[in-house]
Design a protein around this ligand. Structure first.
Ligand code: SLL
Length: 161
């Protein structure tokens, strides 16, 4: 349908990852060299529903993972895995068909450790990283998806939720 000019609608999202060291409890199928359990996610800041505008999320993992392209078609838009290393995850967010919008693509650096390494191997204090009392590492970002001049159908969908 017709596009509404000079209007933009913003929807907040949180994205990032949490990670825990694998202790005595480890998934039965986790390879021995895997040291961490991690989850990458996209969600509403207050855990509100985001599936009325997001259709699916594709996480592209490091090529050391079997079937590195992981497609999540329903909320929660998250993926849990085990592993040993940090790497950049390509995140692609696809919007509902009514939006008639191109997907957005960006990278999130998977964080497993409560620090970052400099080129010389020294530990630098991490800016984007927090650690909880239970020892969970978190690297989470707030962002906004901006829909410029949404069509009338999609505008109704955005406003009705
Ligand atoms: C590097 N940052 O630059 C590292 C790559 C790859 C991590 C890290 C598990 C793979 C598997 C895994 O943790 N890969 O399932 O075998 O070299």
């Amino acid at each position: 349908s017709k596009r509404i000019k000079t209007l933009s609608v913003r929807r907040p999202i949180l994205y990032g990852n949490t990670a825990k060291k694998l202790g005595e409890i480890r998934p039965a199928n986790a390879p021995v060299e895997h040291t961490h359990l991690w989850t990458i996610f996209i969600k509403g800041p207050q855990n509100e529903n985001i599936s009325y505008f997001i259709k699916k999320v594709v996480f592209k993992l490091h090529e050391t993972y079997p079937n590195p392209t992981r497609v999540i078609e329903h909320p929660p838009f998250e993926l849990t895995e085990t592993g040993w290393g940090e790497f950049d995850i390509n995140v692609k967010i696809y919007f509902v068909d009514e939006a008639n919008e191109k997907m957005i693509s960006f990278y999130h650096r998977l964080r497993l450790h409560p620090y970052t390494m400099s080129a010389t191997g020294t530990k630098l204090p991490g800016t984007d990283i927090t650690i909880t009392e239970s020892g969970e590492v978190r690297s989470i970002f707030y962002d906004e998806v901006v829909f410029n001049e949404p069509n009338e159908n999609f505008f109704k969908i955005l406003m009705s939720t």
